[in-house]
Design a protein around this ligand. Structure first.
Ligand code: SF4
Length: 170
């Protein structure tokens, strides 16, 4: 466990304070890793992605690869098995990047405190950009949390897009 924690801490803490993970991309791309727990928070994220919450209208979208992600969403308590997976996902993400804990387990371990197979929450292991509490938080609470961190995000200027498209078509 010591080795895993040492590697994990180094990966998350290197380079001092991170930039706020706001990029020029539209939408801001989220990559989800479920590191343990009961899976309830992960199900809420699936509902956010597929339900009537218009997360893309708010400027967010999920991606299947950390290599194109801006923000790492973590759900569940951190198990020993998933620690290297989480670290690998983080290392694969381009900078600037951020990490958000969704649900109580990801924050402090919740119902799954430290033991031989569980390392607990991320709150004392990594610099977290945002913690969204709840067990689980609802999809709307997750979306509200994202908006509270990144502010009101607006799509690329439509006028600029129209100009660009007209100049290429002429
Ligand atoms: S915070 Fe609650 S819902 Fe989310 S993984 Fe933990 S026990 Fe499950």
């Amino acid at each position: 466990m010591g080795l895993i924690r040492a590697v994990f801490d180094a990966a998350f803490r290197q380079g001092g304070p991170r930039l706020k993970p706001v990029g020029p991309r539209w939408p801001l791309l989220l990559f989800h890793v479920d590191t343990g727990g009961c899976g309830g928070c992960g199900m809420e994220l699936e509902a956010l992605a597929t339900g009537p919450y218009d997360m893309e209208g708010a400027g967010f979208g999920f991606v299947q690869s950390p290599r194109s992600a801006d923000v790492l969403l973590v759900t569940g308590t951190l198990t020993r098995t998933m620690a290297p997976v989480l670290e690998a996902a983080w290392q694969a993400m381009p900078k600037p990047k951020g990490v958000i804990c969704v649900g109580g387990c990801a924050m402090d371990g919740g119902y799954f405190p430290e033991n031989y197979s569980v390392l607990g929450g991320l709150d004392r292991k990594a610099k977290i950009d945002l913690q969204i509490p709840g067990c689980p938080p609802s999809p709307q609470q997750v979306l509200d949390g994202l908006c509270s961190l990144f502010g009101q995000r607006v799509p690329p200027a439509r006028g600029a897009q129209a100009e660009g498209s007209s100049s290429t078509s002429s």
